[in-house]
Ligand binder design. Sequence first.
Ligand SMILES: Cc1cc2nc3c(=O)[nH]c(=O)nc-3n(C[C@H](O)[C@H](O)[C@H](O)COP(=O)(O)OP(=O)(O)OC[C@H]3O[C@@H](n4cnc5c(N)ncnc54)[C@H](O)[C@@H]3O)c2cc1C
Length: 327
Amino acid sequence: MSDDVLVVAEIRDGAIKKVALELVGEGRRIAGELGGNLLAVALGHGMGDALAPLAHYGADKVFVADDPALANYTAEGYSNVLAGLIGELEPALVLLGATTQGKDLAPRLAARLAAGLASDCTGFAVQDGELHITRPIYAGKASATVREAARPYMATVRPNIFAAAEPDSSREAPMESMSVDAGVIRAKVVEMIKEAGERVELTEADIIVSGGRGLKEPENFALIEELAAVLGAAVGASRAAVDAGWKDHSYQVGQTGKVVTPTLYIACGISGAIQHLAGMKTSKYIFAINKDPDAPIFKMADYGIVGDLFKVVPVLTEEFKKMMAER
Ligand SMILES: Cc1cc2nc3c(=O)[nH]c(=O)nc-3n(C[C@H](O)[C@H](O)[C@H](O)COP(=O)(O)OP(=O)(O)OC[C@H]3O[C@@H](n4cnc5c(N)ncnc54)[C@H](O)[C@@H]3O)c2cc1C
């Protein structure tokens, strides 16, 4: 068993996901405290130069599983390859992003390896050579610290919790091509259908503009979308807006929707019910616009405007447009 930390670097559309670079930074810090190295592994097909940032952001060595069978993510293929590598490397800790793919892959892999898994983690500490991992529980009302029971230990980590290190483009790391045996893959990806229009993924977005029942009509979501477009933000919604059929469930933020951790969360016409807060309270800054000064969202907000969103949001959109143009 080694003291290394292994990051499973997720590739999407030929590029490394931002969360993977955040994990490389945090994983490197943990590996340093454990006395090991930071290793990364990327699975896919035709990844070529796309993997260079892993070294720039701090990986000591990169394992590459490049094979047509891995071109599209499948839980079976990816876990077969990773189980083999982890069995060989015996790292202390395996880190994956708490993305759709990471959340699907990590439990399967942990079961294969009979390893412990902490999901949706937000903090890591090494005490007396032992890993202590923080994760929210009870829909974010409390946080628990779990200790590794045995190694390797596995964790999925929320995007945007850790800042990626400053990249050093002169930094290089050895790349080792793995011989790939993806094993039996019973599920085949036949086709990937992208949603119309480029949409920033909610769980990874740096800025989110969310709308709630205060918008009153589905058409009024256009106000939210315009502000989001100016800021390069993702659009979110409360469950009330989703239940009303104004947005589909993939937009829902909260206990029964997505858990998001942006730098800035702008809540427009959202009251701040506990179930909504469960999905966004770990945002770095919360900015609420609500006409009710007693709305619970203001207890959580860092900034707020008490006012009519139909007046406030268009003004914000115009002002941000000017600011962005001046940048
Ligand atoms: C088991 C369970 C799970 C749930 N999961 C989720 C979840 O995942 N996500 C979630 O969001 N909810 C969830 N809910 C629902 C949650 O309890 C609330 O009902 C919901 O969040 C309310 O949505 P809202 O804030 O948009 O609507 P409301 O609570 O109706 O709030 C609308 C707000 O808009 C303001 N407003 C109205 N007009 C204007 C205006 N012109 N300008 C400015 N402000 C205005 C009002 O003052 C009000 O504060 C769950 C509930 C249960 C029981």
